[in-house]
Design a protein around this ligand. Structure first.
Ligand SMILES: Nc1nc2c(c(=O)[nH]1)N[C@H]1C(S)=C(S)[C@@H](COP(=O)(O)O)O[C@H]1N2
Ligand SMILES: [Mo]
Length: 532
């Protein structure tokens, strides 16, 4: 056989077998099946942890750009979906490459002919062993026993390699027998049919067994948060909800598959390092031994674009961190807290900041219910004025250390302090809600402005590049949430561009110059066009 043919068949067989393997691995990863690791997610997560930050960030940026350009849906869900497909395609591509190399190498060394598919088995065992080790080092979400998972992965790949070898040998045979045996084409069709069936069955089964982790919010009465008579106005129709329904809160994390699985009963928050009293606190300890503190909080991802949807507001419940630091008694040389997460994420927090801002807290509830799995169950930290990247979810341990180091995203080129930048957004030009006000027609325009914990003191709107006019501000839910603004514009017909800018509570205007999200968070003026 020619090398060209071998390459083709190798790639083809590799593709078919890897597709089957992926489908079976996916189905078996469902919690209702065996809860084994899904090898594609683990490979992707391993690459994401180990590739240079620049490559990863480039990949993610490109993906988010694409999502925005295609306007396909919410950034977080779509990015996660894109990431998962990328994961599957990575392993699939690997399978094609291995299949091709295997066929070509066996042909080159034709004396390697062997009735028993020993080379394929060997290849499968080596690859499977490597991937099982890799999976074991990154996977935090599979529910199956880790030894059984290990054997499962090695076994899957051993079968994959053996079959690859078997197909190779059979192909040689049928080409040698040519005349009376089934033709090579027929044989390949049989292999194709069998693997396609397995792939479809696996994918279908996975679809049946799949369970989305439902998020159910609480029943928080936000009118308690402030004096409702001072609200000044109703939001312009089309303004986003001031309090984000919990199931709509944006979600960003480094895991392509499920969030880490943590059993509340076994979980303990360990606090150690440079302290006199190491502590281990259960979730009940945190809930019962400290008076709960409630804070309305707007959280934003540093990757949020101007006008993007990676920003949300809910009510956080927890324990002020300085209270716990008092109990562990810090040693003199203690300077930072290394906060570690179940997914191997980590960040460093300045102890001075914790001591000076009682709002820094360990959080176990959002929206009046225990933290949803996706959002960091059982414990996450809240640090006012910082982007989400500085605030670990799924906390397992706090180690008191002597000096600052770069945290997970800081190592990958993102902002060292990640202080939230002031931004404002035009959510709506309510063209369906124009009304007459003392003889002139006006259109309600509205949106949000956010400046971390510095709060917002002024919002201004301009139309078609004209004069800036001050908008009305609503009393915010707290001094760390966004504010809703509204501006009713006496309009004339035509297409118009509406722009917004804000000033924070320390009198610093938002940066108007356009800058991308990396490394410090996006700046620039948001604009929206509307036809009146
Ligand atoms: N352990 C852990 N904590 C994490 C992350 C993560 O990937 N792992 N992502 C961070 C980032 S980048 C953001 S924006 C926020 C998002 O929190 P949310 O998904 O609950 O909205 O969590 C932060 N904390
Ligand atoms: Mo983020």
């Amino acid at each position: 056989m020619t090398t060209r043919l071998q390459i083709l068949w190798g790639a083809f067989t590799g593709a078919l077998l890897t597709a089957s393997l992926l489908a079976v691995s996916y189905a078996a990863s469902m919690e209702k099946a065996f809860g084994f690791p899904f090898i594609a997610y683990d490979v992707f997560d391993w690459l994401a942890r180990n590739l240079p930050g620049k490559i990863l960030t480039f990949g993610i940026d490109t993906m988010v750009d694409l999502i925005i350009a295609l306007n396909v849906g919410e950034t977080d869900d779509t990015a996660k979906l894109a990431e998962r497909w990328l994961a599957v395609l990575t392993v699939f591509g690997g399978g094609v490459v291995f299949g091709t190399l295997f066929f070509v190498i066996l042909q080159r060394f034709s004396r390697l002919k062997n009735e028993f598919p020993v080379y394929g088995l060997g290849l499968g065992l080596v690859v499977g062993f490597g991937l099982a080790v890799l999976s074991n080092s990154v996977n935090v979400s599979s529910t199956a026993d880790s030894t059984v998972s290990f054997i499962w992965i090695v076994g899957l790949f051993a079968l994959w390699g053996t079959t690859l070898n078997w197909v190779y040998t059979r192909l040689l045979h049928v080409s040698a027998e040519n005349a009376d045996g089934p033709s090579r084409r027929q044989f390949l069709i049989q292999v194709g049919g069998a693997t396609a069936t397995i792939t479809l069955l696996g994918a279908g089964l996975a679809e049946l067994l799949k369970e989305e982790i439902q998020i159910e919010g609480g029943d928080i009465d936000i009118s308690q948060a402030r004096d409702t008579t001072a609200l000044a106005f109703d939001p312009a129709p089309g303004t986003r909800p001031e309090y984000t329904p919990l199931e709509d809160h944006y979600r960003i994390d480094i895991n392509s598959g499920r969030p880490p699985v943590i059993e509340a009963a076994d979980w303990r928050l360990k606090i150690g390092g440079l302290v006199n009293n190491t502590m281990e606190l259960s979730l009940d300890d945190l809930r019962n031994n400290y008076e709960p503190v409630y804070q309305f909080v707007t959280l934003s991802c540093i990757s949020n674009r101007i006008g993007g949807d990676l920003i949300s507001t809910t009510r956080w419940t927890g324990v002020p961190l300085h209270m716990i630091l008092d109990e562990v008694e810090l040693k003199d040389n203690a300077s930072h807290l290394l906060v570690k997460s179940a997914d191997n994420f980590f960040e460093y927090v300045d102890i001075e900041l914790v001591k000076s801002d009682p709002r820094v807290m360990l959080t176990y509830e959002w929206d009046g219910v225990p933290l949803p799995e996706q959002h960091g169950f059982p414990l996450r930290i809240y640090i006012p004025d910082r982007y989400g990247m500085k605030q670990p979810k799924w906390i397992t341990e706090i180690e008191v250390v002597e000096k600052w180091e770069a945290g997970y995203w800081v190592r990958r080129g993102w902002s060292r302090d990640a202080i939230v930048r002031a931004t404002s957004v035009v959510d709506t030009v309510a063209t369906d809600s124009v009304y007459e006000r003392s003889g002139t027609m006006v259109v309600p325009v509205g949106g949000i402005a956010y400046a971390g914990a510095r709060s917002v003191s002024k919002v201004e709107v301009r139309v078609d590049g004209g004069e800036w006019s001050e908008a009305q501000l609503r009393e915010p839910l707290s001094n760390t949430t966004w504010v809703l603004w509204r501006y009713d514009w006496p309009f004339h017909a035509g297409e118009h561009t509406f722009e917004v800018r804000c000033v924070d509570g320390e009198n610093a205007p938002q940066i108007e110059e356009k800058e991308g999200v990396r490394p410090d968070g996006a700046t620039g003026i948001h604009a929206r066009k509307a036809e009146l």
